[in-house]
Design a protein around this ligand. Structure first.
Ligand SMILES: [Zn+2]
Length: 327
């Protein structure tokens, strides 16, 4: 994903917002009450899920690590009791002409429920460490522990919890591919999120069982991470941001989910919104050192030593509490 300039995006996102479903913009002003989790999210388990992906090697489409990890994700979703696991394989062309064999993987829980929520994260990793301080290593792929691994690791632990207690609604966990093969310089914003761009044309929903909203997790495992209201989420799905940040506050994570506007990110949620599903992005994009993504972003330091169980726990527990709160 990349940070985008607010001025350059506001016009096109305004157009998207106009064509998307209208949403209630109710903000809750009530005093937060303590929310007791129905199921405890296990941070060690989420951490192990991140490590298992990193141990596959880099998950750049077409590499051995990529196919190894695809098998791992399919097996884990099955092991955690998904009613069905869909593998959506195709070949897409990247901005530089590379042909990428991609695989969007979706596990469906409580498959027949019409009222559903979509949870997603990208599982591929960036082929270049183009932000690394060492220029000589910028053409090498990154480990992608946080950028790629963390969102998937949290959602696999969510899947394990769903098996322990079935939620009242249906939940679809989607791992999208080829998010991070985009062009960092230049204006080709559609060069990112190739897996999601394909998925929105081939999604499995009908009008009846379209998810009521979506939550994207990206870069959620950094040290001392704080999550602000990402601008596209705020503009396109503000009521869902209110719901998630409100739940965070009631769950005791108001110090992690900061109720202030953050930067704007071109990420998978933008395309999901275009489909008509209000979708937000939980992403660290106001890091205290950098003012944007964490310092490990698109560098070789995006490894397990910079993954925090505390951050994984905060995000995972809030997502679980949101899910179990739905009727
Ligand atoms: Zn990235």
């Amino acid at each position: 994903m990349k940070l985008v300039n607010i001025i350059s995006i506001s016009l096109c996102w305004l157009m998207i917002a106009c064509s998307a479903k209208s949403e209630s913009q109710q903000a809750t002003n009530e005093e937060p009450e303590a929310m007791k989790p129905r199921i405890e999210f296990n941070a060690d388990s989420a951490y192990r899920n991140v490590k298992a992906q990193v141990d596959c090697g880099t998950r750049v489409p077409g590499t051995e690590g990529h196919s190894k990890c695809a098998k791992l994700l399919v097996n884990e979703l099955k092991r955690y009791g998904a009613d069905s696991v869909i593998e959506q394989k195709t070949t897409v062309t990247a901005f530089n002409g590379d042909k990428l064999p991609i695989n969007n993987i979706m596990g469906r829980f409580n498959k027949d429920a019409k009222r559903r929520v979509l949870l997603l994260a990208h599982w591929d990793t960036r082929p270049w460490a183009d932000e690394d301080p060492d220029e000589s290593r910028r053409k090498q792929p990154i480990p992608g522990a946080n950028d790629g691994g963390s969102g998937v690791g949290v959602l696999l632990e969510v899947a394990r919890c769903l098996q322990i207690e079935k939620p009242a609604i249906g939940v679809d966990i989607l791992f999208v591919d080829a998010e991070d093969y985009g062009e960092s310089q230049g204006q080709s914003e559609n060069s990112w999120c190739l897996g999601t761009q394909y998925w929105v044309t081939k999604h499995p929903y009908t009008v009846e069982n379209m998810p009521i909203y979506g939550i994207l997790l990206d870069i959620v495992g950094g040290l001392d991470a704080r999550f602000h209201r990402e601008i596209a989420s705020h503009q396109l799905a503000g009521s869902i941001v209110d719901k998630v940040w409100g739940t965070a506050s009631m769950s005791g994570y108001g110090n992690v989910f900061i109720n202030q506007i953050g930067g704007a990110v071109m990420d998978d949620h933008v395309y999901v919104n275009q489909l008509g599903i209000p979708c937000i992005d939980i992403i660290e994009n106001q890091n205290s050192q950098t003012g944007s993504f964490p310092p490990t972003w698109h560098t070789h330091a995006d490894n397990m030593s910079n993954i925090s169980r505390t951050s994984l726990k905060a995000v995972g527990q809030v997502v679980l509490n949101v899910i179990y709160n739905e009727k």
